[in-house]
Write a protein of this length. Structure first.
Length: 76
């Protein structure tokens, strides 16, 4: 595993990083790794099959055919 050293990190930024690490119960190194992972890693593609059932409570009272018809009519 690689090691990353940062020179010239402003004290204010380091203090915020330390506060964030403490709030998340992580070391500063773990917090930096977490932030970089979140920012740099590409999200896994989501299959439409995995979305099955999501949002169904939003559409529970809606007739799908009627909704589509209204949407299409609004395009004109």
């Amino acid at each position: 595993m690689a090691t990353l050293n940062i020179k010239g990190l402003p004290d204010r930024l380091y203090d915020r990083l330390r506060e964030r690490a403490r709030a998340n119960h992580r070391s500063i190194a773990q917090e930096v790794t977490h932030i970089l992972t979140h920012v740099l890693e590409e999200p896994e593609p989501v299959s439409l099959l995995e979305l099955q059932g999501l949002g169904k409570e939003v559409w529970a009272e809606t007739d799908a055919a009627e909704h589509v018809a209204k949407e299409r009519d609004s395009w004109d």
